[in-house]
Design a binder for this molecule. Structure first.
Ligand code: IPD
Length: 278
């Protein structure tokens, strides 16, 4: 239903922008990163919580029957069949350090069946999503079957390129053992590509693929809220968003790029068993 998708797109954008303004305005001009071990984390946690609380309040007003899954406050089931999947700050380390690449991500999904009833990227259908980048005021919006835009202008992935001409984005999880494995994959990939970027916000990485700022992106370990909105932005901009060996994009592996152009990266990651180890 295009009218419903449009309503969800408008809601996602409004809520992401409002939460982004709150978080952006609330960042101390200088976070004392090295002052104590816990304070920087506490600053981020406090803003994450404030942002998610605002999103939950707004959605309860605008869409009272929908469920919500957020990074900070978990899953609350709704009665409408629609669930909002929210990352109140994607790119928390950049936010902490005052670097520009962080975002607020809000998506509306119809969840497939899963053992806990929570939205699962293997089976969900994403209807609408918005990714707002407060530091430059940019907002990416997509609706299922409606295309993807950046501040109203249509987005399109780059044409497929040989791997050695591709700018490739990736990211790393927080687990030390996984990082060791990810470093091995990166070390072998780096000599084969134009270059590698680690922007620090998975949602903005996927949006960069949508807009041609990256040719390709891959990452192991994404949470549902990292990929819900931005995965739709990428796919509506013409990207293939997938896992390895024909599996859907999940925490095991998310790869995005233009049809055809993505294939050499998929083969490389499959050869390296990157969804099992890296
Ligand atoms: C992280 C960012 C980062 C990615 C990590 C994510 P967070 O999200 O998206 O780019 O590499 O895997 O956990 O923790 O800042 O919400």
């Amino acid at each position: 239903d295009p009218a419903l998708v449009h309503e969800l797109m408008t809601t996602a954008e409004a809520v992401a922008r409002e939460a982004g303004a709150l978080v952006h305005g609330g960042r101390p001009t200088r976070v004392t990163v090295h002052a104590t071990k816990t304070s920087p984390v506490d600053v981020v946690t406090a803003m994450d919580l404030a942002s998610e609380t605002l999103v939950r309040e707004r959605l309860a007003e605008l869409r009272p029957d929908d469920g919500i899954l957020g990074e900070e406050q978990g899953f609350v089931r709704g009665s409408s069949g629609i669930t909002w999947v929210v990352d109140p700050i994607d790119g928390t380390v950049n936010y902490l350090y005052g670097l520009a690449s962080w975002s607020v991500s809000v998506a509306a999904v119809v969840a497939g069946p899963d053992e806990h009833g929570a939205p699962d990227p293997r089976t969900w259908t994403v209807l609408a999503g918005a990714v707002h980048s407060p530091t430059d005021g940019r907002t990416y919006v997509a609706g299922a079957g409606q295309g993807a835009t950046l501040d109203g202008a249509p987005l399109r992935v780059n044409d497929p390129q040989p791997l050695d001409r591709c700018l490739v984005g990736t990211g790393f999880g927080y687990l030390v053992e996984r990082r060791r494995a990810q470093a091995v994959v990166v070390a072998d990939l780096l000599p084969r590509v134009r270059d590698i970027r680690r922007l620090g916000s998975a949602a903005l990485d996927l949006c960069a693929v949508a807009g041609g700022g990256l040719d390709l992106y891959y990452e192991r370990g994404l949470a549902p809220w990292d990929m819900a909105a931005a995965g739709l932005v990428a796919s509506e901009a013409g990207a293939v968003v997938t896992g390895l060996r024909g599996r859907p994009a999940t925490d095991a592996m998310t790869v995005a790029g233009p049809p055809g152009g993505i294939d050499p990266l998929l083969s490389f990651l499959e050869d390296h068993g990157a969804d099992a180890t890296a």
